[in-house]
Write a new protein. Structure first.
Lengths: 263, 324
């Protein structure tokens, strides 16, 4: 399934002629695990009150989320071809009022964790058992609001909230360590009162185990620090900052799809 | 002296009433609850109150998440922080989503006083009026504040309500009902119309008393809702009184004056005058001294009305001469 979603990302962004393939591909295995193994959800009833919530804070990875939603049955797979087109339900960055299954409008980075805290607090207020998952990028941890939110999630003891950071080590203009160093990253989250789990974000067993560990962790939120490769799955996109916000050309897309299908 | 009451205290007490009626009301604050008066709610309903600390941006995101999960959220802090500190969060999480969050900001305008320009919210209305989907309200007294808060709680969508630090004169009877987007004609008049909001409404009424003694018959309109604006009341006032003066505790640009002028220019151009804070920040000082220094007084309203009425008269004469 992850391979299928990656292929969708390539086709969608190539068709649109713009978009963010790199950060979509790095998150593909995490998103696949969530949508097809972890989340209790009902694509026929996106507003089901007891559904687990998945919030995409790194809104530029919209293509991978749309691919997962389409393959789950929220809307027809054919609609993926409308990404970024005028009047499409699939906006360049996520819009909760347009796309079935999208929980939050994102695109201005650093806001998803705060939103997720609200969702997790509501679960506690309503005594509902749903879990809230939020995917951040490592680059968006530059935003101070992420750390405001980190502090308050621990303050509110939100053990029903799990954050995943897609640590692909690249942000728009270069390596995170050169632009704005985040290390020691796990220690930062620990210092803010979080339970941390370090994993290879492309190893399905490790991803699953991390979610299980998060579920068992009580009285504090869990952050899964997922070490990933930007552009994962396509050799010429891997670790290539050029594909942060640039779509593949049709020739590149063809090569990419060939590679993905061969793998 | 007329009776005075605090709009923020009324807000705090009204929240308790609303909290009893609706268990889905949740209140957030950013470490200012003793000042914004949300501490009344916090005491009564500790489980439905969340202090977000000095994290206004985070507070807006949390508010949006709660609202997306079915809650009616009130979020409070000082107006200066509620507008400038978290504008992008408000834009992304509330305006673009139209979620059911009510920002009730206290300490609006320069009447905050001694804390100085860092704490004077005088660009907040321009910012919030710029946001699609927002309803923007500035109550004129405590009775209108209570009404506006109740209406906001029962009207889906994002609201910005600006309250004051100061106690303000009561200008409404207890029986008053606030309606979103409806101006209230406080006094009829034929020579000019003063359109005001917030603390300036009481001053407009005072000015119209003084002007009446000078045979100038002023209409006074309270415009509690800046967005959506009651365009009909503005056009009617322009058509019937042919002169409009707008008084507000805000910078010159983007507030009530700009918004009224846009309607007047489009529908019924007439001479206009403006009482506001121009294009600069104010200083520290007692609220009353500041209002005096920066011209937010009945006396200044009186002077501006007279000059606008004079312009109206000259225009009329010119029109007569040129045979229009």
């Amino acid at each position: 399934m992850a391979k299928k979603l990656r292929c969708h990302v390539i086709t969608m962004t190539a068709t649109a002629g713009s978009g963010h393939p790199g950060g979509s591909l790095s998150a593909a295995d995490i998103i696949t695990t969530l949508y097809f193994k972890i989340l209790h959800h009902d694509p026929k009833n996106p507003q089901w009150q007891d559904r687990d919530r998945f919030i995409l804070s790194k809104g530029h990875a919209a293509p991978i989320l749309y691919a997962a939603l389409a393959e789950s049955g929220y809307f027809p797979v054919a609609e993926l071809a409308t990404l970024r087109k005028l009047d499409s339900r699939l906006q360049g960055h996520t819009d909760r009022n347009l796309t079935p299954g999208v929980e939050m409008s994102a695109g201005s980075l650093g806001q998803g964790l705060s939103f997720s805290i609200g969702v997790a607090l509501a679960a506690n207020l309503d005594r509902r058992d749903y879990k809230t998952y939020v995917l951040l990028s490592d680059g968006e941890c530059d935003e101070g609001q992420t750390w405001e939110a980190a502090m308050s999630a621990a303050q509110f003891k939100l053990d029903n909230l799990t954050a995943i950071v897609d640590c692909n080590r690249l942000q728009l203009s270069g390596w995170t360590q050169d632009i704005m160093n985040l290390e020691p990253f796990a220690q930062k989250w620990q210092a803010f009162g979080w339970h941390t789990v370090d994993i290879d974000g492309h190893d399905f067993d490790q991803i699953l185990a991390a979610f299980q560990e998060a579920e068992k962790t009580k009285t504090k939120p869990t952050v899964i620090i997922a070490h990933t490769i930007k552009g994962k799955g396509v050799s010429f996109m891997e670790n290539n900052v050029a594909f942060h916000g640039k779509a593949p050309t049709s020739e590149e897309a063809e090569r990419a799809l060939k590679e993905l299908k061969r793998a | 002296m007329s009776m005075e009451a605090s709009t923020r205290e009324t807000y705090g007490k009204t929240l308790i009433e609303l909290g009893k009626q609706n268990k889905d009301i949740v209140v957030l604050d950013a470490d200012l609850s003793p000042s914004t008066m949300t501490h009344f709610f916090a005491r009564e309903f500790p489980n439905r109150f969340f202090d977000c600390g000095l994290e206004e941006q985070n507070m807006i995101g949390i508010a949006a998440g709660l609202a997306a999960s079915g809650k009616t959220v009130f979020a409070s802090t000082f107006a200066v922080f509620a507008s400038c500190r978290c504008f992008d969060q408000v834009r992304m999480c509330l305006s673009q989503t139209k979620l059911n969050v009510k920002i009730v900001a206290t300490h609006g305008g320069i009447s905050v006083g001694e804390d100085g320009s860092s704490h004077h919210a005088i660009e907040d209305l321009a910012l919030y009026c710029a946001l699609p989907g927002f309803t923007v309200v500035v109550p004129a007294d405590a009775i209108e504040a209570a009404e506006a808060v109740k209406v906001a709680a029962n009207t889906y969508g994002p609201f910005y309500i600006r309250l004051s630090r100061l106690k303000t004169p009561l200008i409404y009877p207890e029986s008053y009902h606030f309606k979103v987007g409806k101006a209230v004609t406080m006094r009829q008049g034929r020579d000019a119309t003063i359109i005001a909001m917030g603390i300036m409404v009481a001053k407009a009424l005072e000015a119209s008393d003084i002007l009446a003694r000078q045979e100038i018959d002023c209409r006074v309109i309270n415009m509690p809702t800046l967005k959506p604006l009651d365009e009909q009341a503005i056009v009617k006032a322009a058509s019937e009184t042919h002169a409009i003066v707008v008084a507000e505790e805000h910078l010159a640009h983007g507030g009530l004056g700009s918004r009224v002028a846009q309607v007047v220019a489009r529908e019924k151009p007439v001479p206009m005058g403006f009482i506001n804070l121009g294009d600069s920040y104010a200083m520290s000082g007692k609220a009353k001294e500041l209002l005096q220094r920066y011209g937010l007084t009945a006396k200044n309203i009186e002077d501006v009305v007279k000059s606008v009425v004079k312009r109206k008269f000259y225009q009329y004469l010119q029109g007569t001469r040129s045979g229009e």
